[in-house]
Write a protein that binds this ligand. Structure first.
Ligand code: HEM
Length: 254
């Protein structure tokens, strides 16, 4: 069968299967991320406390299961594809000297930061928020950490929404647009483009974590208070990383 021939080679069944899993898990994760940010948060703001608590325990709780395991499978299949590319000696795994290597490295680093936000920030904080709602619904006390945890989860969720915009560009760019920079994919670019990228990533993430001036720092309020601004600054980040750095610096060098 064609599917099993040279199973792990480029363009083979194994690679296709890993990508298929990656797409299915990716749309599950990011679809729910957008639902939380664009639908649930504004809807909850208009709901009464009792209805909100019930929705939190019955809707959000279930959505979060698909959300975090979707993130896990996206990450696992992404790492599998990266490993296969490296094992096969693909130019895609040359992260410091080819266009394709640089773009997949940036896409994967943005997405890995998002994955860590899901498992290390959003889910632990949401467990406290939902646990508190369960306790109140059962006639018990509210958890005093609930309000702060909701804020913490909200900031990380907005940062993920913002980062998803440039992330998906670089993820798809690798196979579908990088040839515009020359068929061999090779060029010389100044190493400091990595410093620009890492500085942008750190600024967004540390602002979301409240490390740069707290959860209500001027930039955290600007980027994360409204989903409208989160989308706008997501595209601003894309313009900076792609048009200024890729097109402006690297494109001019190739
Ligand atoms: C969590 C960490 C992630 C890692 C390590 C990762 C890694 C990868 C790798 C190695 C590729 C193959 C690139 C190529 O050969 O062209 C890829 C492709 C892709 N990934 Fe991810 N990814 C991650 C997250 C995501 C997320 C969250 C999405 C969102 C839906 C996503 C969507 C895609 C898409 C659309 C492609 C394009 C594949 C193609 O056009 O052939 N990835 N990813």
């Amino acid at each position: 069968m064609e599917f099993f021939k040279d199973f792990f080679d480029p363009g083979s069944g194994g690679q296709m299967l890993a990508r298929y899993g990656h797409f299915l898990a990716g749309i599950t994760w990011i679809g729910l991320l957008y639902y939380f940010n664009f639908v649930q948060v504004p809807a909850f703001a208009q709901m009464e406390a009792g209805a909100r608590s019930e929705a939190l325990r019955k809707v959000t709780f279930r959505a979060l299961w698909w959300f975090r395991w979707g993130a896990m499978l996206t990450f696992a299949t992404g790492v599998l594809i990266l490993g296969l590319q490296r094992a096969l000696g693909s130019e895609f795994s040359d992260y410091f000297s080819t266009t394709v290597g640089l773009s997949i490295a940036w896409g994967a680093l943005l997405a890995t930061t998002m994955f860590l936000n899901v498992w290390l920030v959003i889910w632990p904080a949401q467990k406290i928020v939902i646990g508190s709602a369960e306790s109140v619904a059962g006639g018990g006390e509210e958890d005093p950490r609930a309000a702060a945890s909701a804020k913490k989860a909200g900031r990380a969720s907005r940062a993920n929404t913002m980062m998803s915009i440039p992330m998906l560009w670089f993820m798809g760019f690798t196979s579908h647009f990088s040839s515009a920079y020359g068929q061999d994919g090779g060029f010389g670019y100044p190493g400091w483009v990595w410093i620009v990228f890492l500085a942008v990533l750190a600024f967004i993430e540390l602002s979301a974590l409240g490390v740069l001036g707290g959860y209500d720092s001027p930039q955290a309020k600007l980027f994360f208070d409204t989903h409208r601004n989160t989308i706008i600054y997501g595209f601003v980040t894309w313009v900076v990383l792609y048009f200024v750095v890729f097109e402006g610096i690297i494109g001019g060098n190739s």
